[in-house]
Design a binder for this molecule. Structure first.
Ligand code: FAD
Length: 461
């Protein structure tokens, strides 16, 4: 047993899986075999960094996008030496270039790894698992199997759910794109075709600017309940921490009031509200964890839309493009909810109930794309791997169904609430427990901690 290598399998080679692999390759000194399974042709990119559109920029400046928490300017240095010496710490770089960086970080770690570490990346997809007394077997789409002591499910973001309407037959139509990141989302349109995008967040903005980049001249309607775009980034000075996890109010109402008062006073002193929101970032997870389950629900119901547009901001360049599109009348933002679809041979009429009214308003378009954001309810996913994990009671959703129920060390809890010693996760699936867990800053820290956890000696469940 002593001499057998520790077998670790990582399912998902997006940013999360790739960073866990990177840290294992850099730090493991004992014998390990590391499998990294990803169906996409290139590792490190996942959904966010696979895009071919140059207009898809990071929404965080280069100086804050390092893969390594202890070398905060690593990405910026890589950019300056390998790509463009003019890049500044505050430049918003194209996401496809960031994918190249993550890929290169993995490659470099693999070539510098101890000779006791074997790295086995595979282009494949995991579809089932079979737990054993120790470890588990992973079944892959290709028919191959991998036996591992520990398995990391770095599955990231799932497609959005279809918005509820009375008659959902239109969702089977080729005019409807349910997965906004699919290759065909923007293909096959005539430049003048009107398009309706459901949602007005980061995904909708991504698609609107991509349409612009491909020379689209037709109308683009964005429909969302609140009809609000995310705000723009602005370079501001750091704001002093005005709350600590200990002193912060433990109720949503108290927290909301204190943050609002601080924003007001900051603005009165000539500061920007962004600095106040950003000063909460280091303690956001703890603030979330101190809220009662009821307050977390209330946050999701009432505060979330406002939090999202203030916290998840967009680069000034992208905001400028979107602003120009709106001013020129090409992009129209509608506050309301999609109510019904009427499709004929020419296109589809989308009936929307504008916010605060009972009337219907019709928009005639050639294509509808769902940009409402990733679905996170693991009870609903139909991917064979998730169905398989559910059927064996190996996973359960967190109480708010924002992801999975996960222990502090990243171990996945089964349906009885017992933390596994085989199955782990990071990133989006931890949203219920941490709330702030989907951006690079949090994922890179989780990747370091999880790689340490995985290298502790294997135990039997
Ligand atoms: C469009 C977009 C832009 C973003 N921009 C930024 C930004 O600028 N800055 C920032 O900090 N954060 C950004 N984010 C946040 C982003 O979530 C993280 O940065 C990160 O990309 C998440 O990586 P992930 O690996 O967890 O998920 P994903 O990128 O979703 O990757 C998961 C991977 O798992 C694979 N997979 C799934 N199921 C299986 C299976 N059964 N078998 C094998 N493989 C499987 C998928 O193919 C996929 O490649 C952005 C997110 C999106 C969606």
């Amino acid at each position: 047993m002593e001499n057998l290598p520790l077998e670790i399998a990582i399912v998902g080679g997006g940013l999360s899986g790739t960073l866990v692999a990177t840290h294992l390759l850099r730090s493991a000194s004992q014998p390990i075999t590391l499998h990294l399974i990803e169906p996409r042709p290139s590792l490190g990119r996942g959904i966010a960094y696979s895009t071919d559109y140059r207009c898809h920029l990071l929404n965080v400046p280069a100086g804050k996008m390092s893969a390594f928490p202890d070398q905060p300017d690593d990405f910026w240095r890589w950019m300056v030496t390998k790509k463009d010496p003019s890049v500044q710490l505050d430049t918003f770089v194209a996401r496809q270039i960031y994918g190249e960086y993550i890929h290169s970080v993995l490659k470099q770690s693999a070539s510098g790894a101890s000779e006791r570490v074997q790295f086995k990346p595979r282009t494949d997809e995991a579809i089932a698992v079979e737990p054993h007394a120790q470890g588990a077997t992973l079944y892959l789409k290709s028919g191959e199997t991998i036996r591992a002591d520990k398995i990391v499910l770095a599955l990231g973001n799932f497609p959005p759910k279809d918005p509820p309407v009375q008659d959902s037959r239109f969702y089977q139509s080729p005019r409807y794109i349910s997965y906004p990141w699919s290759d065909r989302a923007l293909k096959g349109l005539n430049a003048s075709d009107p398009v309706l995008l459901i949602g007005s967040g980061l995904t909708m903005i991504d698609l609107a600017v991509a349409l612009k980049e491909q020379g689209h001249t037709g109308k683009i309607y964005g429909v969302s309940r609140h009809g609000q775009f995310p705000h723009s980034h602005k370079f501001t000075s750091a704001y002093p921490a005005f709350l600590t996890p200990q002193t912060a109010p433990k109720t949503l109402r108290g927290l909301f009031q204190q943050v609002r008062a601080e924003v007001k006073s900051a603005i009165a002193q000539g500061e920007d509200w962004r600095s106040v929101i950003d000063s909460l970032r280091p303690i956001t997870q703890q603030l979330w964890q101190h809220l009662s389950p009821g307050d977390r629900r209330r946050f999701l119901r009432h505060v979330r839309p406002y939090w999202e547009v203030h916290r998840h901001r967009v680069s000034p360049g992208v905001v400028e493009t979107v602003g120009r599109m709106q001013k020129g009348g090409q992009l129209v933002l509608v506050a309301g909810r999609v109510h019904a679809y009427e499709e004929d041979t020419e296109g589809v009429k989308v009936w929307v109930i504008p916010r605060g009214t009972e009337d219907r308003k019709g928009f005639e378009v050639k294509r509808v794309i769902n940009c409402t954001g990733s679905e996170c309810d693991y009870r609903k996913f139909q991917h064979p791997l998730i169905v398989n994990l559910r059927s064996q009671n190996l996973i359960r959703p967190d109480p708010l169904a924002l992801g999975l129920d996960v222990a502090e060390n990243g171990a996945i809890r089964n349906s009885e609430g017992v933390a596994s010693q085989r199955f782990y996760t990071l990133g989006s699936p931890r949203k219920g427990g941490l709330w702030e867990t989907t951006a690079v800053r949090e994922i890179r820290e989780q990747a370091v901690e999880l790689s340490r956890e995985l290298l502790r000696s294997p135990q039997i469940d």
